[in-house]
Design a protein around this ligand. Structure first.
Ligand code: NI
Length: 432
């Protein structure tokens, strides 16, 4: 299938931050083959999409989340992380069945696609169901089975991770890639992490882990091991592997130097960190050191949506306000973080930029809206003014998955119904 997107303003998010007004994009199969000025083409296309009055940008890459937690949206709000996890979330998660995870993930995918996210990075359990949902929907996904290294299921988790990587790496025409997902240093002690490292060496997939999310976590690790979580992970050998670290809120200067020296990628989750009162990650300091920082929403139970536009806006506003410096995290920085840098953070080499040779993961936005007129700066529009409802078309791997704001591969009504029913059943006191 060849598609021509004709005459749109193209926000490429390439390293030069090029914006092409009235540009053409040619998609051949799953890839972009041309991005540049509008031309009179003397060849035929299977489909021509008119981009007049529209902007095209890379689809968003949600660098950290737990899609199926959408079933727990608005179930536990306004409480601290440890209470939230131990008293509210984990007891319900213990009751989750495969079908719950499938429909929770479908709900998340529906929300993500409609709000312009084309790739999601996920860590959870019953990952076969997450992968199936992503495959069916046509979405790109980077998936890890979450591992907890204490308790009787620790070893089983390693076996299941291995099987998951073998079953799913490269499936969905390459749209699905896998990682290993040790949950966090406080749930995975060093001796368990050494087993994860050995498995990583065997499977050669990256590692996705939560690090230094709260001050409480950092204090617990310091009491137990005498060092920060980052130092503990370095000493365990984990950071010599390719690592995506979610949160990284409480970091010392030494921690940040270690993340830089070991090439650790970071997923910034400003909405979740604010909502759980965890704090503000030192993103400007990480960027100043040259650390790759992507952007994620975390699960919908702690956000409470999966809207990457809102997340970009938070990332751009938060650091300006907290440090009283409006030059921090510019619109260009925030947009790159949500697209190109998130893709890099998730170890995806050909995603996140509108350029020839890259995967055709694109969003199209209607500029003919009161809050998007006039158009002095399209990047600023995307970060500070645009809304998910402005998105008219979403393409993943060269296939149109949302058109005129409606999903093309998903039965929206059925997903909403199933998710609602399953969520109600889950939180009933006597259900199991
Ligand atoms: Ni998380």
């Amino acid at each position: 299938m060849n598609i021509l997107l004709r005459g749109a303003a193209v926000v490429t998010v390439n390293e030069k931050r090029e914006i092409i007004s009235g540009g053409d994009i040619v998609v051949e199969g799953e890839k972009i083959s041309y991005v540049g000025p509008h031309k009179e083409w003397d060849r035929s296309f299977d489909r021509i999409i008119d981009g007049t009055g529209r902007m095209v940008a890379p689809g968003f890459v949600n660098a950290h989340g737990h899609a199926a937690m959408s079933l727990l949206r608005s179930y536990a709000d306004d409480v601290p992380l440890m209470y939230w996890l131990e008293k509210r979330i984990w007891p319900i998660e213990a009751k989750l069945k495969r079908e719950d995870v499938y429909w929770g993930t479908m709900l998340a995918i529906l929300e993500m696609l409609k709000s312009g996210t084309t790739t999601f990075v996920d860590m959870y359990f019953f990952m076969d169901q997450v992968a199936e949902a992503a495959e069916e929907a046509g979405m790109r996904a980077v998936l890890a089975r979450g591992l907890v290294g204490i308790g009787h299921l620790a070893e089983k988790g390693l076996d299941e991770s291995k099987q998951f990587v073998r079953d799913w790496q490269g499936r969905g025409q390459g749209r699905i890639t896998t990682m290993l997902g040790p949950h966090a240093p406080y749930t995975c002690p060093p001796e368990y992490l050494k087993k994860v490292i050995a498995l990583q060496e065997e499977l050669s997939v990256p590692i996705h882990i939560h690090i230094s999310e709260t001050l409480d976590e950092v204090n617990r690790i310091k009491e137990q091991y005498g060092v920060s979580p980052v130092v503990l992970l370095r000493d365990t050998g984990l950071l010599t592997r390719p690592v995506l670290a979610a949160h990284c809120v409480h970091l010392s200067g030494e921690d940040m130097d270690i993340l830089r020296d070991y090439g650790v990628h970071v997923a910034h989750n400003p909405g979740s960190n604010l909502k759980l009162g965890s704090g503000i990650a030192p993103v400007p300091d990480l960027l100043a050191r040259g650390v790759t920082v992507g952007l994620g929403t975390d699960g919908a139970a702690s956000n409470n949506n999966l809207d990457m536009m809102e997340e970009m806006r938070l990332a751009a506003l938060l650091h300006k306000g907290s440090r009283m410096d409006p030059t921090l995290i510019t619109a260009d920085d925030a947009l790159a973080m949500a697209t190109r840098e998130s893709a890099k953070a998730a170890f995806l080499a050909d995603v996140g930029v509108v350029a020839p040779g890259m995967k055709a993961d694109l969003i199209m936005i209607d500029l003919n809206r009161p809050h998007l007129v006039p158009q002095h700066n399209l990047t600023a529009h995307l970060v500070y003014a645009a809304q998910p409802g402005d998105i008219t078309l979403v393409m993943v791997d060269g296939k149109v998955l949302v058109e005129d704001g409606k999903p093309t591969t998903l039965d929206e009504e059925k997903i909403l119904f199933q998710a609602q029913q399953r969520a109600i059943h889950l939180v009933k006191p006597d259900s199991n």
